[in-house]
Design a protein around this ligand. Structure first.
Ligand SMILES: Cc1cc2nc3c(=O)[nH]c(=O)nc-3n(C[C@H](O)[C@H](O)[C@H](O)COP(=O)(O)O)c2cc1C
Length: 166
């Protein structure tokens, strides 16, 4: 069961991480030149209420990494079961991701999903190094909620939310 850190088994590490259920987000941005970028992320988390901050971790190896580092703003779309296929497209490289999915645009021209469970518009406050990822800290500028319930991600698959346990 216990694994020494100096010879950590990566498969076991991934498997342990997979036991943590999370929500699924599609994080989007728009460059100064007007190009659209986005990736699927389960590493989204609330960070602070005052000031209002959220975070999402972005792989340094992602194609969109330089675009998010250069961005002034980004949008976190918390997706529903209806967005599961779209979320897989945003997790795949080399796709014209925005050709699908019924995106609308906020006042800054950033793509958002009108039927997302929640949409959180952020200014990029800070990008903090974290191993092979960077932690994008966003100062929340606007939020909207609606749509269906969010979908969950657990052990490599999408799940609908079930009954309350307590
Ligand atoms: C459910 C799910 C969650 C993911 N979460 C993250 C994440 O939190 N951070 C990340 O950098 N990549 C995450 N990925 C992988 C990225 O979505 C994927 O590498 C994406 O293609 C990166 O965009 P790119 O085309 O710009 O490289 C996740 C993929 C899936 C399917």
């Amino acid at each position: 069961m216990a694994e020494r850190l100096d010879d950590l088994d990566l498969t076991a590490f991934r498997s342990a991480l997979g036991r943590f259920p999370s929500g699924v987000t599609i994080v989007t941005t728009r460059s100064e030149a007007g190009t659209l970028h986005g990736f699927t992320a389960s590493s989204f988390a609330a960070l602070s209420l005052d000031p209002p901050l959220v975070l999402v971790c972005l792989d340094r190896g992602a194609t969109c990494f330089p675009d998010f580092m250069a961005a002034k703003r980004f949008v976190v779309n918390i997706v529903t079961p209806a967005h599961a296929e779209l979320a897989m497209r945003f997790a795949a490289k080399g796709e014209n991701k925005f050709a699908y999915g019924g995106f609308a645009f906020d006042e800054h021209g950033h793509p958002l999903l009108p039927d997302a469970a929640a949409v959180i518009g952020c200014e990029l406050e800070e990008a903090v190094p974290g191993g092979d990822h960077v932690i994008l800290i966003g100062r929340v500028r606007e939020t909207r909620t609606g749509g269906d319930e969010p979908v969950a991600w657990y052990r490599g698959g999408f799940l609908r939310l079930g009954e309350r346990a307590a």
